[in-house]
Ligand binder design. Structure first.
Ligand SMILES: [Zn+2]
Length: 303
């Protein structure tokens, strides 16, 4: 809980635009945002509501198009539509929904997901060949082992195609049977070329996931919720790791968890700035690293 009400959206947009504008960037690229079918999003919000009054208030509870416009108003040039299944026979349907969403929102990066099930390798191959740019795997919600043999060809196809996959494999905010660095480290040993983006900067196992970044050239971190007072209160980022966070800054990507955050979007940016790792580091994290990773077109004449 922040204890303060969020700024008005106009004030918030102005502050966000001052941050990226002051760095000479054309805007932001946010690799970790959620758009999903309305009935699923309602269930996600109900889950957070059930934690209790004021524990995890959803700041951006609005219609889908309002949420898209909010991101655009902040100057987010590219964003994702991450969703993830909690049971079999869901992922292919989610991928179809995400393909439609991407078609309707050309400034989004077409997103896809999977679950350990017999047809996973087929629908993942199909999603890659038809234009998915980023995948999401959520080991805690999905409750599966990333070393499941049904995923061998999935990780292989992602590695071979160089398609990034955002993996929620750390134990925050809630641990699962297969979260923590151990199981996913084994996946990386078997698929060393996998372009993995460790969600939430690996919170709370920051050090172990930085070890994986150091060991594997294609492993990235996203900043989602990390460094904000909300997460710092639960699992503070060790100051002793700031040097490695800076050293591997070209593999750190802005992520936020919009819209399912219990504070204003600008807080993520304020606390990345407050890390004081330098303007070059910020330019990479907020925009340039993702442009390179996804091969995005430069924005013509936008400042
Ligand atoms: Zn998320």
């Amino acid at each position: 809980m922040t204890g303060i009400s969020p700024p008005s959206e106009a004030d918030e947009s102005a502050e966000i635009r001052r941050i990226w504008g002051g760095l000479g960037l054309p805007g932001l690229v946010d690799v970790h945002t959620h758009f999903m079918p309305a009935n699923m999003l309602r269930k996600v919000w109900a889950y957070f509501d059930a934690l209790g009054e004021g524990v995890w208030p959803i700041t951006y509870r609005a219609s889908q198009e309002e949420r898209v416009e909010t991101l655009r108003g902040f100057g987010v040039l590219r964003f994702t539509a991450l969703s993830y299944p909690h049971r079999p026979d869901m992922a292919a349907w989610l991928n179809g929904w995400a393909a439609d969403f991407a078609e309707q929102h050309p400034d989004s990066l077409r997103s896809a997901t999977f679950y350990p099930e017999p047809d996973a390798k087929d629908y993942v191959a199909e999603a890659i060949s038809s234009g998915a740019r980023i995948f999401k795997a959520h080991l805690q919600v999905g409750g599966y082992d990333p070393r499941d043999p049904l995923l061998t060809d999935v990780w292989g196809a992602l590695a071979d195609s160089g398609t990034p996959v955002v993996v929620h494999c750390a134990s925050g905010p809630v641990p699962g049977n297969f979260t923590g660095p151990g199981p996913f480290a084994e996946v990386l040993r078997r698929h060393p070329d996998l372009t993995a983006v460790i969600a939430h900067a690996g919170a709370p196992e920051y050090t172990a996931f930085l070890d994986l970044v150091e060991r594997h050239d294609r492993v990235h971190l996203d900043t989602t919720m990390a460094f904000t007072p909300f997460i710092e209160a639960l699992s503070p980022f060790p100051r002793s790791e700031l040097a490695r966070l800076r050293a591997f800054g070209d593999r750190v990507l802005l992520g936020t968890d919009f819209p399912n955050i219990p504070y204003a979007y600008v807080e993520q940016l304020r606390h990345l700035v407050a890390l004081d790792l330098g303007d070059d580091w910020l330019r990479g994290v907020l925009h340039d690293n993702a442009v390179k990773l996804f091969g995005l077109e430069p924005e013509p004449g936008v400042t």
